[in-house]
Design a protein around this ligand. Structure first.
Ligand code: UDP
Ligand code: MG
Length: 333
């Protein structure tokens, strides 16, 4: 960290957050007074269709510590975070949601941990102020992910975190298109620690994650950190074959010793229609599931090999040093 004070970057992905930006600016600026560090804020406008960009221009004019980039369209939350991390110049980078569900006041605790020497400090949600269904879904998802993921991913943590420059550089160099940032972050290793906080309700506006996007995020998390589903296909196959084997033996025996089966077990030879239909439907279902699982992976391979840029930047608000930090970007500028 040397002679000079280190710089802190705060990356904020934004999608149609016009309603929260003013409160966010206030809360963050107030919280920053306790940091004792110079800081910059990088807002990534993920193709908003409301007045988000206009608001960002005003904020940038008032306070040049706030910079912003605008995507050419909506690329998604995880991509916005990745782009912000490439733009960030700080010795530590904080990821923060725009809707104030992650309270900016917690950042000072993150900083304290970072100064103790931790490379990654992530927020652990103590309690969620969200609907029951969403809470149950999150609870199940994080535990399932922990059970199947090849690298342990801490439960109940989101993207709200502080990362050391070392970790940020590693993540920036990753060519992956399909980014599940909290998983990749855990994957890098180093010394990581959680800080508990209370997840607030949204400050204003609507959640920008639709149910479909959330399910997609969950699927990304599972398929990009685990080959367990592929193994599931094999196991299901084995299980079904074993059951089928006993079924065959039973049917043969019943055929050969029909009298015995009839007399002692009360089983008469079945006409066979029901059994056949059930077997066909069941096997058909299992086969489709397995095909789907393989398809998920092949789809991912296809996405990666196309090698398209993960995001496209249409505009930037960057007054003091406009040329800095553009070459390392995996995205298009
Ligand atoms: N977001 C984004 N792109 C999207 C969806 C969301 O950049 O396509 C941003 C959004 O502006 C917010 C953060 O990601 O800052 C989290 O979104 P949201 O609050 O809707 O998600 P939730 O808190 O419900 O998980
Ligand atoms: Mg939110």
């Amino acid at each position: 960290m040397g002679e000079e004070k280190p710089l802190l970057s705060v990356v904020i992905p934004c999608y149609n957050e016009e309603a929260t930006l003013d409160v966010l600016y206030q809360r963050l600026t107030e919280a920053a007074q306790s940091w004792g560090l110079p800081y910059e804020v990088i807002v990534v406008d993920d193709g908003s269709v409301d007045g988000t960009w206009a608001k960002l221009i005003r904020i940038h004019e008032r306070d040049s510590r706030w910079r912003a980039i605008r995507f050419s369209r909506n690329f998604g939350h995880q991509t916005a975070i990745s782009a912000g991390m490439v733009e960030a110049k700080g010795d530590a980078v904080v990821i923060l949601d725009a809707d104030l569900q992650d309270p900016p006041e917690v950042i000072s605790e993150f900083l304290a941990r970072w100064r103790e020497g931790y490379h990654v400090v992530y927020g652990v949600r103590r309690r969620r102020k969200e609907g029951l269904l969403k809470r149950v879904a999150y609870y199940v998802f994080y535990r399932f992910l922990r059970a199947v993921a090849a690298t342990p991913i801490p439960v109940d943590t989101g993207d709200f975190c502080l990362m050391d420059r070392k970790v940020v550089d590693i993540l920036n160099r990753m060519p992956e298109r399909n980014r599940f940032v909290r998983g990749l972050r855990a994957w890098t290793g180093f010394s990581q620690i959680g800080v508990e906080y209370e997840r607030q309700a949204r400050a204003a506006g609507q959640p920008q994650y639709t149910f479909r996007k959330l399910v997609q995020l969950a699927i990304d998390g599972i398929f990009s950190f685990s080959i367990w589903p592929l193994r599931l296909a094999t196991r299901l196959g084995l299980l079904v074959s074993t059951v089928a084997f006993f079924g065959v033996v039973f049917t043969l025996l019943q055929r050969i010793y029909a009298d015995w089966f009839d007399k002692y077990l009360g089983l008469r030879p079945v006409p066979g229609f029901a059994t056949t239909v059930i077997a066909i439907l069941f096997l058909g279902g299992v086969q489709l599931i397995c095909l789907g699982i393989i398809g998920e992976y092949i789809g991912r391979i296809y996405e990666e090999v196309k090698g398209r840029p993960p995001w496209i930047i249409a505009e930037r608000l960057d007054r003091p040093s406009a040329k800095a930090n553009t070459s390392a970007s995996p995205g298009l500028i």
